[in-house]
Design a protein around this ligand. Structure first.
Ligand code: GUN
Ligand code: FE
Length: 443
């Protein structure tokens, strides 16, 4: 037995957006959760497996464990712009700020500097799994994979593909995009790290020719079903241009579907302007949504109706969407998701139920794991899953929030989400390996 904790565990299940287990024991062996049990059963298990009771770590009041956070959509290469340059809508913002920044990643030294910072920052903020966009450059995209490997973060890494309608110094030919994508996949595979996976990444239909989209769909299939990520229905202008570019298709979702890009491992960012047929297509193909509320507000893209999307029964996770979103913390996406849903609820009838923090916490953990097709491995503390977890401590001396000692566990979690930050994330575990202790890396 590697680790045993005793204390309070909070996570989500299919049935419960928030399940709180107090006075429980969790046992982790070789990175996997071997048991999660109450006191009575622990004594039986301890006898059965001859556990050393001295090695149990007792959590203190104000401390609890939650699953690691899953960021289903983050542009690692846009991290230098995070927190700035948010004065334009999407298509102008891409032209003026984002493509010129991403073009700089042809310089491997610059790329390494940025990627080290973003991986360190997200891990400190409790992102144990990230689904990253890099840039069109294969070597620097590989560098991002190597850095995740070094830091021990679980990650999907996408070398971006885009062969039309971009700046002349930030575009690729169709052939080069395909060749570089193959090279990138092979190179990531050579890292031989089960936590780091290549992800097929057409930027979006505005920037990809039909032949590139078709080739990328084929490559995903050829490699036995690689994950796929892109953007869809983020803004009205983008949706209109795409439907003009592909006049033979009746919806944006059908465009991606027709090229084999909607699968049970597809992450579709934004989905603000979806029609009912598109939701049906998502359900049929089992494609998932990455909800990015911070970005949707900051780029003035729109407010996704999260309640409606949940009612449609599609898979949904949360994304920071750096740097459309300004924060590298999934906590911020939870907060902004609550705010966006309440804002939308103001205009609706009284029967409309805004999505609460517990449901958003589920999206940030279990929901994200489903969208990435990783829910057999991560997302909650179910026995048999890998132990990706955060030890939260609301009593640290420099805590940004105050507690009064009589809070119920649910309120402690809520305070952490709304008032806490990385100072409260005192330990970070990925697959049972501790990666961070009080903001210091252990790798
Ligand atoms: N659509 C295409 N590219 C991007 C991007 O970099 N950020 C966002 N938010 N939307 C996009
Ligand atoms: Fe994005």
């Amino acid at each position: 037995m590697d680790i045993i904790f005793f204390g309070t565990f909070m996570h989500s299940t299919k049935e419960h957006s928030l399940q709180i287990l107090e006075n429980h024991y969790i046992g982790i062996n070789d990175g996997q959760i071997q048991f999660l049990t109450d006191k009575e059963d622990f004594e039986r298990l301890a006898a059965k497996f001859s556990y050393n009771l001295q090695s149990v770590r007792h959590l203190k009041p104000g401390q609890f464990l939650i699953p690691g956070l899953v960021d289903t959509h983050i542009h690692a290469s846009q991290y230098p712009n995070a927190g700035s340059k948010m004065d334009l809508p999407l298509l102008d913002w891409l032209e003026k700020y984002t493509f010129p920044l991403e073009a700089k990643f042809s310089d491997l030294e610059f790329a390494e500097k940025c990627y080290r910072k973003v991986v360190a920052r997200t891990l400190k903020n409790g992102t144990t799994t990230a689904c990253y966009f890099a840039t069109i450059h294969p070597e620097s995209s590989l560098k991002l994979g190597e850095i995740c490997d070094e830091y021990g973060q679980r990650a999907y890494i996408g070398k971006v593909s885009m062969d039309i309608s971009s700046h002349s110094n930030y575009t690729e030919t169709t052939e080069k995009s395909i060749r570089d994508t193959r090279w990138f996949i092979e190179s990531i595979k050579k890292l031989n790290n089960p936590l780091v996976t290549p992800c097929i990444t057409p930027r979006f239909a505005v920037n990809c020719s039909p032949s590139l989209l078709r080739a990328l769909g084929n490559i995903a299939k050829e490699y036995g079903g690689l994950p796929i990520q892109t953007h869809i229905n983020e803004t009205v202008r983008e949706r209109e241009s795409v439907l003009k570019l592909f006049p033979k298709h009746d919806s944006y979702a059908h465009i991606y579907e027709s090229f084999g890009l909607l699968t049970n491992k597809t992450v579709m960012a934004h989905c603000v302007y979806m029609n009912d047929c598109e939701f049906d297509t998502f359900k049929e193909t089992e494609a998932g949504i990455s909800h990015c509320p911070t970005s949707n507000t900051m780029l003035q893209s729109g407010i996704m109706d999260l309640r409606k999307s949940l009612d449609k029964g599609v898979k949904i996770g949360l994304g920071t969407d750096i740097s459309g979103g300004y924060s590298a913390s999934v906590q911020a996406a939870i907060r902004d998701g609550v705010g966006a849903s309440k804002t939308l609820g103001m205009d609706k009838s009284k029967s409309y139920k805004p999505v609460d923090f517990k449901e958003l916490f589920r999206l940030a953990t279990l929901g994200g794991s489903k969208v990435l097709g990783l829910d057999d491995k991560i997302g909650n503390f179910k026995v048999g899953k890998e132990f990706d977890a955060l030890l939260i401590d609301l009593t640290v001396t420099d805590s940004p929030c105050d507690i009064f000692g009589d809070e119920i566990s649910e309120d402690l979690l809520q305070k952490f989400i709304f008032l806490g930050d990385d100072r409260n994330i005192v330990e970070v575990y990925v697959k049972g390996q501790q990666r961070l202790q009080n903001n210091n890396f252990l790798c």
